[in-house]
Design a protein around this ligand. Structure first.
Ligand code: ZN
Length: 217
């Protein structure tokens, strides 16, 4: 049984293939925390949250994902459609592509995908095409969630492949990550509006209030 451990002041060494390790960040949430692979879902979700932090650092909505096979991360990714000018670059898609390159196969047999936000219809389709064995997600997405919140593509009997779906893993941390991001964005928008009014009194201001929770761009 592999062991994953976090300790204050220690550098966390996740079970991760060398190709993925360069994309991992040690800025893990949680403080003192020690866990083993007896609880793999929270541990791998924390790695997905670390990917979400990379999205936030890039100015994107913080959603992260990892693909795991035999207890090892073989693909990781974060949401960045805005910076890449690519509407398909949700965290799940990025992680699936990385795992496919790692395995040299577009079918990701025996692989599990962890993502901090309920997948949308696009990502649910990609997950099914990739033959992901098990999908684990954190926060529900009432706007575009395709695992039960808006539609449930994993419960559709006419679709060929059905992954096992586990929801709500570290949901509080995943929700908090998104809520904090959007709160900051709204505060920044308010500050811009107030600054604009000071500089240009009386001029109309159409600064957007910020994206809704669940919108990844
Ligand atoms: Zn998606």
């Amino acid at each position: 049984m592999r062991c994953i451990a976090w300790d204050i002041g220690a550098i966390f060494q996740p079970t991760m293939s060398p190709r993925c390790a360069s994309r991992w960040t040690p800025a893990m949430p949680g403080g003192q925390l020690r866990a083993t692979m007896d609880e793999p879902d929270p541990n791998f979700m924390r790695l997905a949250l670390a990917q979400a932090a990379l999205a936030e650092a890039a100015g994107e909505v913080p959603v992260g994902a990892v693909v795991v096979r035999d207890g090892e991360v073989i693909g990781a990714g974060y949401n960045h459609p805005i910076g890449a000018h690519d509407p398909t670059l949700h965290a799940e898609i990025v992680a699936l592509r990385a795992a496919g390159r790692h395995l040299g196969n577009y079918r990701l047999a025996g692989c599990d995908l962890y993502v901090t936000l309920e997948p949308c219809a696009m990502c649910a389709g990609a997950i099914q095409h990739a033959r992901i064995r098990r999908l684990v997600w954190g926060a529900a997405d009432p706007k575009t969630g395709a695992c039960g919140s808006v539609v449930d593509l994993f419960a559709e009997p006419r679709l060929n492949h059905h992954a096992t779906v586990v929801s709500g893993v570290l949901a509080d941390a995943c929700v908090q990550t998104l809520q904090a991001f959007f709160a900051r964005r709204r505060a920044e928008a308010r500050a811009r509006r107030q600054g604009g009014r000071t500089a240009q009194a009386g001029e109309a201001d159409d600064t957007p209030e910020g994206a809704r929770s669940g919108n990844r761009a």
